[in-house]
Design a binder for this molecule. Structure first.
Ligand code: CU
Length: 115
């Protein structure tokens, strides 16, 4: 292997190592206009702390409580709130908005998948 190929290989290897398989910071938007969470599926890794940055579109607050991932009842407003969770068990944990926020409230759902 010549020197350039070796350097290119090292750089490529570094890039692979720098990209985590699971994000440890996730932005989640609660959209009160479409009554949806975005993203509506968030993958976490068992035993790995992940910081969830919640923010709502201006308007009514929303809420989430997902005991299965260690998320206590959390009020989500346009000011934003940040919670770090460390899931202890693998599985799929559905979550519905916990605060009646408008006409589409009953459809406002997402899920966390812990691997
Ligand atoms: Cu709601």
């Amino acid at each position: 292997m010549n020197r350039i190929a070796l350097v290119a290989g090292l750089v490529a290897g570094s890039l692979v190592l720098a990209a985590p398989a699971f994000a440890r910071d996730v932005d989640i938007t609660a959209n009160g206009h479409t009554f949806a969470f975005s993203p509506n599926v968030v993958t976490l890794k068992k035993g790995v702390p992940t910081t969830l940055h919640f923010k709502a579109t201006p308007g009514a607050p929303h809420g989430l409580a997902v005991p299965g991932i260690g998320l206590a009842n959390t009020v989500i407003t346009s000011a934003g709130t940040t919670v770090t969770v460390t899931p202890k068990k693998a599985g799929t944990f559905p979550a519905n908005c916990t605060i009646v926020c408008g006409a589409g409230h009953d459809h406002m759902a997402m899920k966390f998948v812990v691997k």
